[in-house]
Design a protein around this ligand. Structure first.
Ligand SMILES: NC(=O)c1ccc[n+]([C@@H]2O[C@H](COP(=O)([O-])OP(=O)(O)OC[C@H]3O[C@@H](n4cnc5c(N)ncnc54)[C@H](O)[C@@H]3O)[C@@H](O)[C@H]2O)c1
Length: 366
């Protein structure tokens, strides 16, 4: 098992990464002196698939424990499901001395994290991510929230957990589209970090799909290490942290345009391809570099008819992105691996060009 400490202004919290480590949770809660009354918010699929493992992990746990089952899917990141969590916390008489444990993917973590931030002005939170996206990305850094009015993550809070436990055993049951989705964020880290990471993921790409635990553990470890270091320097996204949104301005618009029916990480892959085209169009990225770098995101097999041709509507969703300042859309672009430039303003024509190019590149790569 590996451990990484993530430090932010108000606290330092550990992230544990390993295989079959769920059983360690009760001891960790004890050793770290965390609240013992557990309100577990768990994704329905994970509860079903891992009923035995979860029961075993908490067998003999004597303080109060309650399981709140969450409907799976992006539409659960809503006011309605947030209210249901609050209602069951109140009905089950959970007080300020509660430890909310989120077991599931990014949807569970974002929603349950926001509930923890709000309930009684904040109760302790533990993340147990069960998808690649949530393990390598969303469980780290404290962003929580819900979607509203077809806008992704438009309402939320920064709220850091007490600890994150990444048990890679959970990942073996992920369906292929969820692995694709996780690979989207891993590929993002390949562009943000360095050529070693980029080469490692390129060379071991197929091993992700065969759940090679060594490869998965290494990729998650490196991503968490990188994200943790960025969050330490800029917890609330006033500067450096923006680089973590590489590809996401496009991705959020693709998701909104598809009425949140695309897989997040798959949208991120398309978003990265768009950001590479836009980097090229603005003269930051040479044609030769574009040709080389685009190979990695294109390894991900996106579903047929993935992007619609309604380029203007995608653009309109971008104009509503919460990261815009003064109505101006700003992009995170790059000139090479690890050479990221934030806050780039471009013309509408350039944006439409990048979306069109993305559409064509994805179609031609089939
Ligand atoms: N907070 C952040 O910093 C941050 C960063 C990236 C993404 N996100 C958010 O994360 C969400 C996407 O995360 P996600 O892809 O994990 O989505 P998800 O939580 O919807 O999980 C995807 C699917 O996988 C299923 N599942 C979960 N674990 C499983 C397992 N071990 N085996 C089999 N099936 C399993 C779920 O039931 C669901 O159907 C988006 O809402 C996105 O906005 C947040």
């Amino acid at each position: 098992m590996k451990k990484i400490n993530v430090s932010v202004k108000e606290k330092t919290y550990p992230v544990f990464i390993g295989n079959s480590i769920l059983d360690l949770l009760p001891n960790l809660i004890n050793d770290m002196g965390l609240n013992k009354n557990l309100f577990v918010v768990a994704d329905e699929n994970v509860l079903e698939l891992y009923k035995e493992d979860i029961n075993d992990a908490f067998a003999g746990y004597s303080p109060k424990i309650y399981f709140h089952k969450l409907k799976s899917g992006e539409s659960t990141k809503s006011f309605d499901h947030l209210a249901r969590i609050f209602s069951s916390l109140i009905e089950e008489k959970f007080g300020r001395d509660t430890l909310l444990v989120a077991i599931g993917g990014g949807v569970t973590g974002d929603l349950a994290g926001y509930a923890a931030a709000g309930y009684m002005r904040g109760i302790q939170l533990v993340h147990i991510p069960t998808t690649i996206i949530s393990a390598c990305d969303s469980s780290i850094g404290g962003k929580t929230g819900i979607n509203f009015n077809r806008l992704k993550n438009i309402i939320g809070a920064f709220y850091q957990p007490e600890l994150v436990l990444i048990d890679t055993k959970f990942l073996r049951s992920l369906p292929v589209e969820e692995i694709n989705s996780g690979v989207g964020e891993l590929v993002k880290y390949a562009f943000l970090t360095n050529r070693n990471f980029y080469n490692y993921i390129s060379q071991n790409f197929e091993k992700i799909y065969s759940f090679d635990t060594n490869v998965l553990n290494k990729l998650i470890y490196e991503s968490v290490l990188f994200k943790g270091s960025v969050v330490t320097k800029d917890e609330k996204e006033s500067g450096l942290r923006k680089i973590l949104n590489f590809g996401h301005t496009f991705a959020h618009a693709f998701e909104s345009q598809a009425n949140l029916k695309l897989k997040h990480g798959e949208a991120v892959i398309a978003g990265i391809i768009s950001a590479l085209h836009l980097s090229n169009k603005t003269g930051l990225l040479s044609n030769q570099n574009l040709e080389g770098l685009i190979k990695l995101p294109l390894k991900v097999k996106l579903p047929d008819g993935f992007l619609t041709k309604d380029f203007n509507s995608i653009y309109n969703f971008m104009s509503g992105d919460k990261k815009n300042r003064g109505g101006q859309i700003r992009f995170i672009l790059l000139s090479d691996i690890g050479k990221i430039i934030t806050d780039i303003e471009v013309t509408k024509n350039d944006i439409i060009y990048a979306i069109e190019k993305t559409h064509r590149t994805i179609k031609n790569s089939d």
